[in-house]
Design a protein around this ligand. Sequence first.
Ligand code: CAA
Length: 288
Amino acid sequence: MEIERIGVVGAGQMGNGIAQVAATAGYDVVLQDIDSAALQRAMATIERSLGKLVAKERMSEPDAAAARARITQATDTAAMSDRQLVIEAATENVELKFRIFEGLASVAAADAILATNTSSISITAIAARTDRPDRVMGMHFMNPVPLMGLVELIRGLATSDETYQAVEAAAQRMGKTTVLARDMPGFIVNRVLMPYINEAVYALYEGIASVEDLDVAMKLGTNVPMGPLTLADFIGLDTCLAIMEVLHEGMGGDSKYRPCPLLRKYVEAGWLGRKSGRGFYTYEGGGR
Ligand code: CAA
């Protein structure tokens, strides 16, 4: 199936990035969120991001304007009824995702593919909530979506070869390199990244080094673009904790994946990183 019409559910950080790269690739995009204020913020973020890409001459102004014009906003899920591929990018919460997929199964065309940007929840479990487990897949984008080259693809137990091929082709048309992961907790990226971040929080908790020294050590010592605590603030400490919990539970309680108590404490305090203005660092203007 040649995909031309894409729907994105959820206008947060990931959803707006996905809508932007899909529109840039020439897809007709509907960006849906129940919160119209979130849609407005998403459109402003897309505008800013396209503006930066034009300023850096990575995109022409007419191409940016054309991409912008390919995105329609909607507050009602019914807007997904003519989409050939729907990519869900709502908050990382199992019950919420189940509800969204149950709703999508009832409004989407019978042959539409339903993909989820979940970073850790079982694709097989999400697929089982729909009428079409063979047409459900994981399509995990990285943040910031317009700048990151990877999309992790995850097949559920029932995902068909046709679905996999169509989703892989769509990710590649969006300019991304794809990798295939088995449907196990954390897939590839978060299986490796989150224990690394969690270990950095343990190192801080145990007084091994300061926040700054931990980040400088890993940044200059291993040539990563951001130190682990800067990256945790960037991802969101609530998201990091939620993923660690999925790993811990999904691996049968293996203590190797035990979330650091300090990470939990920060989340309890509402210190969620950049988005709340404070995490391991403080950010001016709420950090957004
Ligand atoms: N669109 C367009 N431009 C953007 C942008 C966006 N969304 N976000 C940032 N930029 C711009 C910046 O504004 C900046 O522009 P200027 O040079 O004009 O200021 C430019 O890109 C480069 O940014 P920085 O100066 O901050 O420099 P950088 O080289 O550090 O690049 C970065 C930023 C790409 C985010 C880089 O720091 C990086 O790769 N960090 C690691 C990101 C990462 O690991 N992401 C994955 C997180 S894990 C995940 O997403 C999965 C999960 O499930 C949790």
